[in-house]
Structures are given as C-alpha cells and as structure tokens.
Design a protein around this ligand. Structure first.
Ligand code: HEM
Length: 505
C-alpha cells in the first residue's frame, strides 16, 4: 500500500512538470498556437466523433494555423482560405508529402507502389503522371462517355423496377454499385458488381466497402508508433484480408487480359480493350518504369477506394439536400425538363447547359466535402508559415469543411443555397481557396475530371427521370443531415426513397 501511495505521489509531482515542459518547449519551438493537451495522449480525446467539427471549434480559439499533439504525432491544422493558400500553393512542394496511415502499411508492400500513400516522390510522380495522362484527359474521358451513360441507364432501369414493386431505393447503396462499375469500366472495361442482384451486395462491393470502413476506424497505431508492430485493434490485419481478396480479383482480370493478348502479340496489342489496364501492362517490366504487378494492383485499388465513396456521397448528399428543400428540387427539375425534355435521357454533353444543376453540386461539395480534412499531408522540410515554424514530418490537415463554412467568405454559411454559385466565378479547380473540396496544388485530386462527369450525370439523370418521395409521409424538414466521420463524410442514416418515373424508358 505504501508503494502504491508513493507511486501516486510521484505521478502527481511529475504531471505538472511534464505539462510545464510541454508549455516551455512549445514556446521555444515556435510552433503555431494550440491546445497544450494531456500528457501522452495530447489532444486526442478532444477530437470526438466529428474531428472536422471539433477542430473547427478549437481553431476559433487558437487561430487558422493551429498546432496540437495527437498522441505522439505533432499535427498542424489549417482552417482559413489564407492559410490554405500558404500551405497548398505558396509552400506546395514542402507540404506535398503524405502521412502513411497504419492501415495502409499492408503485406503487399502497398506503400512502395501506391499513388495515394507513396512516400517516394519520384515513384509517386510517375504513377500520378500515368493516371492523369492515360485516364483523366478530356480525350480519354470522352472515349468512355457512352460506357458511363450505359451504366447510369442500368441504374435508372433498376430504380424503375423497384418502383413497379413499390420498393424504396437506398440511394447510397445503388449509386455506389453504379460508380464502382463506371470506374471498373474506365480501368479495365468490365463490370465488378451485378446491379440486377437484389442488394447489389456483391463480393467486390463488400471488399471495397470493408476497406473504407477499416480506413475509417480511429487507429491507436497512427498516434503511438510504439504500438505499430502489435496492430492493437487488429485493423491492419482486417484490412490485409480484404486487400488479399481485392488483389485476387485484379489478378484474375489481369491473367485473362494477358491470355487475350495471345502468344505472339506484344502486350497491349491485339487483346481485349484499349484501356488503362493495357497501358499499365505495357509499362510492366520496362526498365525505365516503376510499374510492376504489385504497382498495378496498388494503383487499381487506390482508384476504386479514392473514387467510389467520394462520388457516391456527393450524390447522396445532393439528393438529401434537394429533398429537404423542395423549392430547389423543383428548380433543378424544371431546368432539366426545359433543357432536355421528356423523350430522351440526359447525356454528358447536356451538363454544360444546366447551370442550376452545377450550382447544386458545388453547394453540396461546399457543405458536405467528402474528405473534410483532405488526406493527411506531411511536411517534407521544416518550413516557415505566417511567422511560425512547422517542423519536418509534421502532419498537416486542411479543414476544408470549416473553410467552406467560413462566415468571412460565405453568407449564411450553413444554409443550402445553390443560388450563391449561379453567376459566380468560384469553382473547385484549386485556385479559390475558400472552396477546395478536391484539394489544391500537387496533391489535388487527380480524378476530379472523372468525378465531375460521374456526379453530374448521375444526379441529373436521377432528377430528370424520377419524381422523388420520402418514405412513410416524412416531411422534408425531418430528413436528417447528420454525418458520420470516416475516410469520407457519409450520411449517418442512409437515404431511402421512392422514385416514380417521369419519362418512358
Ligand atoms: C466527388 C468526388 C471526389 C472528391 C470530392 C475527391 C476529393 C479528393 C481529395 C480532397 C483528395 C486529397 C487531396 C489532398 O490530399 O490534398 C483526393 C485524392 C485523390 N483522389 Fe479524389 N475525389 C473524388 C473523386 C475521385 C475519383 C473519381 C478518383 C479516381 C477514380 C479519385 C482519385 C484520387 C486519388 C488517386 C487521390 C490521391 C492523389 C495523391 O495522393 O496524389 N478521386 N481526392
């Protein structure tokens, strides 16, 4: 008992010393201001369930460039358009590194081959260049326009069948399956989910969904490096199983493709498809290229994970906001009726004639940016910003959720008002720092051109082809906008609605 009281006494004496040490070291380090936090855990428990909202509140106290400790990880949080410009534009190169999340550190050497988490600048640059030039140029995207329209048509047909049976539709679930097929056809010219099956809960969909869930879990190993070898919550193990299943699907696709090239033909010639997979297979094995089978699997996985939930959430949130605001829904639908009429489907080339629809998408991305803190950046060199010093390897989070609601830039920031974007030059291409749902600078989302096409086409088609009804007589104001924080900001309660057809199909 005596020993125990001694221990408590020492602990009580030491605690204020540790605290004092942290305050002094913070003063001498010239870090930006921020909460001192508790010994060991720092400010970890102040993050709560919605870190974007808690960090926004803390930054009101400490300022738009704030430093805090999350476990053993020093983190700087950026919360104003001015500071975002400093970090993502003025000092873009210094802050273009990535923090490797522990869940991503898998058995297939993923960090060495990944586009999202690669720590090697040269490899990352090569993979990014390939994706941009072979997937996301207007020419490449135009070539696959008909395929995307066909996938959306299948979704519309599916909703129509559900209506005939008076069955409600889970918008997120169905759009997720459609987006996966759109991405898979862009990458390797085949479907990965059977939309016709009752729940669309195919193997592939559940793998990608599981990986998104694993990545969303708060992982102690991210904050306490000493725990990494033990994977204390089993998150990495759980993800590894999913990655193995995902790579098995890709391996099958790749083997079939290689067989289709035939014995005498070279890679990429004569076989199936003229698509991204062919380009990657051509590069595989070339001396000057970093691409190999592991890199192909890693990049394909990256594109599915980065592209599916983000695009789906944007569509689900847009539908939610429109259902909550019937006047805006009516405006969007009458624009579609006037521009397209009722005897044909929406096509991608219609989108530029739909300014209100475009404004709806922008307003949705402002209020509900799918990745509210971007993906965690890392300072690659010690850098001075606004008179403060940000040390090398500091984690940098940009709170685009808070920036999109900054009252200095946005009137009635929490109201859904697409009108604010009609006749406005503000766009999400990375130069208007008050609105950066796709990020800005070197790490900006490379998939934006594809995302823009998918999101507008799916949303326009849903609004053009159906009139939408909430279930059980629910009033528009009762529809919740609660979010769930994870790798992306999802709706906490999935949107289930009934769509009655407006046009002949
Ligand atoms: C509405 C849909 C989307 C949104 C809002 C979005 C947003 C973002 C954001 C904020 C980042 C991180 C930027 C940063 O860390 O600074 C990112 C990265 C990325 N996104 Fe997207 N994205 C979307 C759709 C897509 C699509 C469709 C694809 C491809 C199929 C894609 C592929 C990627 C990749 C590969 C990265 C990592 C880039 C890198 O680390 O260099 N995204 N996205």
């Amino acid at each position: 008992m005596g020993d125990f009281s001694n221990l408590i006494m020492w602990f009580c004496l030491l605690l204020p010393c540790v605290y004092l040490f942290r305050i002094i070291s913070r003063k001498t380090s010239n870090l930006p201001p921020g909460p001192v936090g508790f010994p060991v855990v720092g400010s970890l428990f102040q993050l709560g369930d919605m870190p974007n909202e808690s960090l926004a509140r803390l930054s009101e106290l400490y300022g738009p460039l704030m430093a805090l400790r999350l476990g053993f990880r020093t983190t700087v949080v950026v919360s104003s358009p001015e500071m975002a410009r400093e970090v993502l534009h003025t000092h873009d190169h210094a802050f273009a590194g990535r923090i490797l999340m522990d869940v991503a550190n898998n058995q297939f050497d993923y960090p060495k081959y990944s586009l999202v988490f690669n720590q090697n600048e040269a490899k990352w640059r090569e993979l990014r260049r390939i994706c941009i030039s072979e997937l996301f140029t207007p020419k490449r995207l135009d070539a696959l326009r008909a395929v995307r329209e066909q996938k959306v048509r299948a979704l519309l047909q599916h909703i129509r069948t559900a209506f005939a049976a008076r069955r409600p539709v889970d918008i997120g679930d169905r759009v997720f399956a459609t987006v996966l097929n759109t991405v898979s056809n862009t990458l390797f010219s085949q479907d990965v989910v059977d939309l016709g099956s009752e729940s669309a809960a195919g193997e592939f969909k559940s793998i990608v969904w599981g990986m998104l869930e694993a990545g969303a879990k708060p992982n102690l190993a991210d904050f306490f490096p000493a725990l990494r070898p033990f994977d204390p919550q089993g998150i990495r193990r759980q993800n590894d199983v999913l990655v193995k299943r995902l790579y098995a699907v890709f391996d099958e696709v790749i083997e079939r493709r290689l067989e289709s090239f035939g014995a005498t033909e070279g890679r990429g010639s004569g076989g199936e498809g003229d698509d991204f997979l062919n380009v990657l297979l051509e590069l595989d094995g070339k001396a000057e290229s970093e691409v190999n089978r592991l890199a192909i699997n890693a990049v394909l996985g990256d594109l599915f994970v980065a592209g599916s939930d983000t695009s789906t959430n944007t569509i689900e949130w847009a539908m939610t906001e429109l259902l909550r605001h019937p006047d805006k829904m009516a405006k969007a639908q009458s624009e579609l009726r006037e521009t397209i009429g009722a005897d044909r489907f929406v096509t991608e080339s219609d989108i530029s004639q739909l300014p209100y629809l475009e404004a709806v998408v922008k307003e949705t991305l402002r209020l509900h940016p799918p990745t509210p803190l971007l993906l965690p950046h890392r300072a690659e060199a010690t850098t001075e910003v606004a008179g403060f010093t940000i040390p090398k390897h500091t984690q940098v989070l940009v709170n685009v959720w808070a920036i999109g609601r900054d009252p200095a830039y946005w009137e009635n920031p929490s109201s859904f008002l697409p009108e604010r974007f009609v006749q406005s030059d503000i766009n999400f291409k990375g130069m208007n720092f008050q609105f950066i749902p796709f990020g800005a600078g070197r790490r900006m989302c490379p998939g934006m051109p594809l995302a823009v096409r998918i999101v507008h086409l799916v949303l326009a088609s849903l609004l053009h082809s159906f009139s939408w009804e909430l279930l059980d007589g629910m009033a528009p104001q009762q529809l919740g906008v609660e979010a769930k924080f994870g790798l992306t900001l999802r709706k906490a309660v999935p949107l289930r609605v009934l769509g009655s057809p407006l046009i002949e199909m």
